[in-house]
Design a protein around this ligand. Structure first.
Ligand SMILES: Cc1cc2nc3c(=O)[nH]c(=O)nc-3n(C[C@H](O)[C@H](O)[C@H](O)COP(=O)(O)OP(=O)(O)OC[C@H]3O[C@@H](n4cnc5c(N)ncnc54)[C@H](O)[C@@H]3O)c2cc1C
Length: 447
């Protein structure tokens, strides 16, 4: 039986946490997918920088939660969880500097319409707008586009409360030596209390979906396919040597009339109605397609705010390989189609431009990400992942920090050239391991 959640409230005014009456033993929180139950029922909420500082000083070990969309235990704690609710802090748009500054916990789906109203946009979004900015940038969350870096690449400044409870302000301009190590920080440097993002003038996107691209055509036109639009996603179930759907998100040039995309795309056929990436599901929760132009934030994600993104009950894994090896990597995974097929909902293939962020999987490497949306069958998926990781080993594949993987920590660590510098940074911000948990102990600190 489910029991009441026990919540401690921290406020700036009342440094003493307010404890709600507990009628029964507390209930544990779960992540969005429901595959992870966090290991403690102690959950507190901070609503200001001062209350975060107070909380940090009083606790020896805790993890901060964003919107709980990670699929693994990166956000877990056995001691204490902190959520943030900075509702009183309105995102601040600086039109002259072309930036937006947001507090922790705020979602892309909340700031996007504000930006649009001010005539601004972000360079890209993930497949869903439901995730928090702080949670997304700290795990290297990405969308697609050969020229688009991940969402962390437009971070220009960060405010972090470190393990001593001190507010540290870092910016790309003032701290060029360590800033690239702090942005994809894996939630390990402290509590992010403010993120500043580069913005640009608003733009429109028209989304056109094609069906059935043969692998032979993909092999022949690989780079043309992946760079055919501002953002391109390929969806495959790995069956019958084909890409089931291709989603082309064309950025509209305001100086030119919108172009209707041709019926044929390297042998694939333009869809005649909106589609879900999993063709059997209703497209009701998907952003508008059929080449109908719309604001960037209503086309770059695949899923609409206010609706369940993706399939709902699912698991996710994703591996980044160098763009130059991506076709070979895809063909290597295809060899596992019989093992993958029974447990897969859909695979998505996207591109991410190289960046300079130490713990980003696209560090100094134009990348292609091969993603798997799995049925919620962890015992089976757990057996398939090592096979995929083995197939992708020659391409030095790196797993997504927020998704499920089985790669050995030593192997994972060997893939990050800047890991020693990142660990040195962690030592500075968190000398006694206040922000560590089992995930970080295993995957980062174990060498
Ligand atoms: C349906 C679905 C679709 C997805 N699509 C994509 C996609 O298109 N591209 C992609 O790359 N990923 C995708 N993801 C993964 C998602 O982007 C990541 O899981 C992201 O980190 C989620 O952010 P969150 O706020 O929910 O983080 P959480 O799961 O709450 O936390 C993630 C990490 O951030 C830390 N954190 C959160 N807030 C703070 C803070 N204020 N200070 C310090 N640390 C903090 C946590 O401690 C933890 O380490 C998808 C996930 C789902 C469920």
């Amino acid at each position: 039986m489910k029991k009441r959640t026990f919540i401690k409230l921290c406020t700036a005014a009342a440094a003493m946490p307010l404890e709600l009456p507990s009628f029964a033993a507390p209930e544990k929180l779960s992540n969005w997918a429901g595959n992870i139950e966090y290991s403690t029922e102690n959950v507190a909420t901070a609503n200001s920088v001062a209350s975060v500082q107070d909380f940090v000083r009083k606790h020896a070990s805790f993890k901060t939660l964003g919107t709980r969309h990670c699929f693994n235990r990166i956000a877990d704690s056995t001691q204490q969880l902190l959520t943030t609710d900075f509702a009183a802090q309105t995102p601040a748009i600086d039109s002259a500097a072309r930036t937006i500054s947001v507090g922790p916990g705020i979602r892309y789906g909340t700031i996007a319409p504000m930006l649009e109203k001010g005539g601004f946009a972000l360079h890209n979004l993930a497949s869903l707008p439901h995730i928090s900015v702080a949670g997304a940038i700290t795990t290297g969350t990405h969308g697609s586009g050969v020229k688009n870096g991940n969402l962390s690449t437009v971070v220009t400044a960060l405010e972090i409360v470190n393990a001593a409870g001190v507010v540290v302000k870092l910016s790309r301009k003032n701290n060029p030596d360590i800033f690239p190590g702090a942005v994809v920080g894996l939630g390990a440097l402290g509590v992010i209390t403010k993120v500043t993002l580069n913005i640009q003038p608003t733009y429109q996107i028209a989304q056109t979906v094609y069906e059935n691209l043969s692998f032979s055509s993909l092999k022949e036109h690989f780079d043309e396919v992946l760079s055919a639009a501002y953002s391109v996603s390929l969806f495959t179930d790995w069956q019958n040597q084909r890409i089931n759907e291709i989603w082309l998100k064309h950025r509209i040039d305001p100086a030119k009339p919108p172009v209707k995309q041709p019926r044929d795309f390297f042998g694939a056929t333009r869809a005649t109605k909106n589609l879900h990436p999993i063709a059997a599901l209703s497209a009701e929760n998907c952003t508008e397609q059929m080449g109908i132009p719309g604001p960037w934030y209503d086309r770059l994600p695949h899923f609409k705010m206010g609706f369940t993104p993706s399939a709902g009950k699912e698991l996710q894994s994703e591996y980044f390989v160098p763009h130059k090896n991506a076709l070979d990597a895809i063909l290597a995974v295809e060899k596992l189609h019989e093992q993958i097929g029974p447990h897969l909902m859909i695979t998505e293939i996207r591109t991410i431009a190289a960046d300079d962020l130490w713990m980003s999987p696209a560090y100094k490497q134009d990348s292609v990400a091969i993603h798997f949306t799995w049925k919620p069958e962890w015992p089976a998926v757990q057996k398939v992942l090592p096979m995929i990781e083995e197939q992708l080993k020659p391409f030095h594949a790196k797993p997504h920090w927020a998704k499920l993987f089985t790669m050995q920590p030593a192997r994972l660590q060997s893939l990050y050239a800047k890991l020693p510098d990142y660990k040195a940074l962690l030592k500075q911000y968190d000398p006694n391991g206040k922000f560590r948990n089992a995930f970080l102990d295993t995957n980062i600190y174990s060498s």
